[in-house]
Design a binder for this molecule. Structure first.
Ligand code: CA
Length: 239
């Protein structure tokens, strides 16, 4: 059983992360300032830490640097603020193993946690997700199309959406499922972000890769070739 330390001072986010991880069988301890994060992290009682950078008393980056200076090799996944690329870079330079930008969906967090726990356990990482002739590299957040001949870079949000599709190939995913898994905390059920981002993703990996099933949701095709029928949304528009 893995024991995860969550250092987050925003109660809403802390409880979102805690309840989700607990549901997936992890033992979770939450601390809400940097001093406690530092003391707990060096105790040796944890397998991984999720570290918010903006913490009171001691900020997350300082906590990370202190731990790494003491050769504490606990895997650390950093939570960084939206659009703060500089923070993300500083986090990685200070010894973070991975990062997630806020706001994040629970699936994205879970994927990062599993990946980091696996890699620290010395087992092969689940780095490449393959569907048909598409490969998603979860570490570099790129998609390889046509068996690697074309390499496409995704934004953080496009990647999160792609990852959900790649983890459920051939399954119909509803708009609500995609909203909660990719946009997580603060999504508006009436918003059209899913449509918009599916369009972005199609533009990058190919229109025919993702089917629209009207009134149901979206599906990543498991075969690489487009069928003769074409995407369902075009069919629906013809009658
Ligand atoms: Ca914070």
């Amino acid at each position: 059983m893995n024991h995860i330390l969550v250092a987050e001072d925003e109660p809403r986010i802390a409880s979102f992360v805690e309840s989700g991880l607990t549901r997936h069988g992890y033992i979770v301890t939450v601390v809400n300032d940097g001093e406690a994060a530092y003391e707990y992290a060096r105790s040796g009682a944890f397998d991984l830490m999720i570290l918010d950078l903006g913490l009171p008393i001691t900020d997350g980056l300082t906590v990370l640097r202190l731990l790494r200076a003491e050769k504490v090799d606990l895997p650390v996944v950093v939570l960084s603020a939206r659009d703060s690329v500089a923070d993300t870079v500083r986090g990685l330079e200070s010894g973070a193993d991975d990062y997630i930008r806020k706001p994040f969906g629970f699936d994205e967090l879970l994927a990062r946690v599993r990946l980091r726990l696996k890699s620290s356990g010395g087992q092969p990482e689940e780095r490449m997700l393959r569907v048909g002739d598409l490969t998603l590299d979860v570490l570099t957040r790129r998609v390889l199309v046509d068996g690697g001949e074309v390499e496409v870079e995704l934004t953080a949000r496009e990647f999160a959406l792609a990852e959900v599709f790649f983890r459920h190939p051939g399954h119909v995913l509803t708009k609500e499922q995609l909203l909660s898994q990719v946009w997580g905390l603060d999504f508006d059920p009436g918003s059209n972000v899913v449509e918009v981002y599916v369009r972005y993703l199609r533009r990058k990996i190919g229109d025919h890769r993702i089917d629209t099933l009207r009134g149901l949701g979206y599906r990543l095709r498991t075969e690489s070739r487009a069928s003769n029928e074409g995407p369902t949304d075009q069919l629906a528009g013809r009658d």
